[in-house]
Design a protein around this ligand. Sequence first.
Ligand code: XBP
Ligand code: MG
Length: 258
Amino acid sequence: MSELKALLFDVDGTLADTERDGHRVAFNLAFRDAGLDWYWDEALYGRLLEVTGGKERIHHYIDTQRPLLPDVEDLPAFIAGLHRSKTQHYTRMLREGAIPLRPGVLRLLDEARAAGMVLGIATTTTPANVSALLEFSIGPHALEWFDVIAAGDVVPDKKPAPDIYLHAMQELGLTPGEVMAFEDSFNGVRAVLDAGIQTLVVTVNDYTADHDFTGATLVVDSLGEPGSPCRPLNGSPAVPEYLDLAYIKRLHAGSADA
Ligand code: XBP
Ligand code: MG
């Protein structure tokens, strides 16, 4: 059985609840700035989340919803421009403190660091978004906490493809048995499992609560905090009040045995 050496975290929906009040709002502001009458309400955005990656999501919207589109010669360049504007809005929102970390995230990061655990990020979002989230929710030094920040277009195929997890493990020089992943969505779970990682904790959010998490080691509503317990979901075994490193290590040992 391999020893647990690293915790790999997804960002959107896992470290912070960024989608509904963050990314969605930033997309709409970018559309408005570009003079488009496109608007992604909460329900539509939930459906569009099926496709990961902001540029890919805009493309998917155009393909499936057929909104009014200006006469553009180069559609990928047009989408890339919209997406740059969206990233500016989104990072400004983070700078203004719009999105806090989810309960238990900072507690677990702190404990894992103190114990010498390797920390990494594996996300489809743009690198600037990860930096802004960590910097403005924790502090400028928080980027240094992570031995790898695998994000965005660094791999050609985004989640549910396993590529971003494979890339992160390669950068760390670790095998799937030595890492444990934290995700929030069906696409994330697929990416983790197809990368060969067997221990996987899912913390659900409003957009992902009814996703299929088959293969996850544990599904909970949050990581929990002292006095604010986490709840197991989807038939997961009983959990302590909050997931600490000792419990995480037991989960890893148990699933590696299985
Ligand atoms: C998150 C995403 C991201 C964001 C948008 O998926 O799909 O694309 O919604 O980010 P996951 P960008 O949590 O599975 O990584 O606009 O920067 O692409
Ligand atoms: Mg996610």
